[in-house]
Design a protein around this ligand. Structure first.
Ligand SMILES: NC(=O)c1ccc[n+]([C@@H]2O[C@H](COP(=O)([O-])OP(=O)(O)OC[C@H]3O[C@@H](n4cnc5c(N)ncnc54)[C@H](O)[C@@H]3O)[C@@H](O)[C@H]2O)c1
Ligand SMILES: O=c1ccn([C@@H]2O[C@H](COP(=O)(O)OP(=O)(O)O[C@H]3O[C@H](CO)[C@H](O)[C@H](O)[C@H]3O)[C@@H](O)[C@H]2O)c(=O)[nH]1
Length: 329
């Protein structure tokens, strides 16, 4: 019996692979290496290079490796890019997820865990936002993910598998053991960008929008350590395998930080006073999103071990140094 991890050569997926291996699971990775790296997949997992939309390939993997669960990370992830290329996002995130779900049904896969996102809420009216709040995504990215959540719910009801749609807030940090981290080229995520600037890989960084209706004028997000996030997935897998019901759950800490606060934390932890330029707003950015994570606590028994912004930053900075040492930048 094996777990298929799509996007397992990417940032979050590679942490998931380690989490599964640490729990003694057999892991197969399907990744087309568009933003991921073959070297990010540990030797103990089987890497198959290919596209999740290739149904013949997926059918073959599901039967050959006796896959009982799919954890689906593969996708396109950048909010402003989705505004510029909506059809590309609907293809990769929605149409290809549909193809993958169809293969899962055909192959009798029992459980499906999906990378959803806080972007499905848009700018929530209630903060911290619980799962039952209005779903009003403000970007094609958020809509492409929400459609996949809907397909999963309908397909699970019709075909008898169970699923978890985990809505991640802003994922950051790296494996504390430094086995993997965020290696994305040309990354756009705030903590990654700030850490690259602190370590001299960028001459400066920008703050996108300083006129939002927040205490310091910059956007607020709930940053979750990637190791806590993948642990929530492992707990979701255990829950579903144990006969638990399908669930949709927020993955965040319930604590928001502004862009300026994050940059200050990176300056403090790194000891570097790097250059920060104030720019205009970025398209598709909601002003503030913070999770209400109660469902993850109650249903999955999730207990985060790294809910500390400075620890997240410390691990992210350590990974930047690993990338330099290994000549991976
Ligand atoms: N990083 C975040 O803050 C965040 C927040 C919410 C949700 N998510 C979701 O988590 C998932 C993983 O994100 P990440 O940050 O690890 O991104 P990533 O870009 O590092 O990983 C995505 C991986 O999927 C692969 N991939 C993309 N399209 C594919 C396809 N059609 N077939 C096969 N492989 C394909 C890429 O090569 C890459 O390895 C995504 O679905 C993303 O939407 C991420
Ligand atoms: O160089 C930068 C990078 C980001 N930001 C700002 O920092 C905040 C966070 O931006 P990120 O790009 O780090 O993350 P997003 O909130 O845009 O999106 C991330 O989290 C979302 C959920 O909240 C989605 O799931 C998505 O996949 C993931 O990219 C935003 O206000 C953004 O404008 C800057 O000011 N400068």
């Amino acid at each position: 019996m094996a777990v298929l991890v799509t996007g397992g050569a990417g940032y979050i997926g590679s942490h998931m692979v380690w989490e599964l291996l640490d729990h003694g699971e057999t892991v197969v990775v399907l990744d087309r290496l568009s933003t991921g790296f073959d070297w990010a997949v540990p030797d103990a997992a089987k890497l198959i290079v290919g596209d999740i939309g290739d149904q013949a390939l997926v059918d073959d993997i599901l039967s050959r490796y006796d896959v009982d669960a799919i954890i689906h990370f593969a996708g396109s992830i950048i909010v402003p890019e989705s505004v510029a290329d909506p059809l590309g996002y609907y293809l990769n995130n929605t149409v290809k997820s549909r193809a993958l779900i169809e293969c899962a049904v055909r192959g009798g896969v029992k459980h499906f865990i999906f990378s959803s996102t806080a972007a499905v809420y848009g700018t929530p009216r209630v903060i911290p936002v619980p799962e039952g709040e209005a779903l009003e995504p403000e970007s094609p990215y958020g809509r492409s993910k929400l459609m996949t959540e809907m397909m999963l719910a309908d397909a699970a009801a019709a075909h008898g598998f169970t699923y978890a749609a985990l809505r991640y807030f802003n994922v950051a940090g790296a494996d504390p053991k430094q086995r993997t981290g965020q290696s994305t080229r040309g990354a756009t995520h705030l903590i990654k960008v700030a850490c690259e600037t602190a370590t001299g890989k960028r001459a400066h960084m920008e703050v996108f929008g300083t006129d939002y209706d927040t205490p310091d004028g910059t956007c607020i997000r709930d940053y979750i350590h990637v190791t806590d996030l993948v642990n929530a997935h492992y707990l979701a897998l255990t829950h579903l395998r144990g006969g638990g019901e399908s669930l949709v759950a927020n993955c965040g800490y319930g604590q928001g930080y502004s862009v300026r606060e994050v940059i200050e934390a990176v300056k403090r932890v790194s000891g570097q006073d790097f250059k920060v330029v104030e720019s205009g707003r970025r398209p598709g950015d909601p002003v503030a999103i913070v999770a209400n994570p109660d469902r993850c606590f109650k249903v999955l028994g999730w207990r985060p071990a790294h809910a500390d912004l400075e620890e997240i930053v410390r691990h992210a900075l350590a990974w930047e140094e690993v990338l330099v040492r290994r000549n991976r930048v």
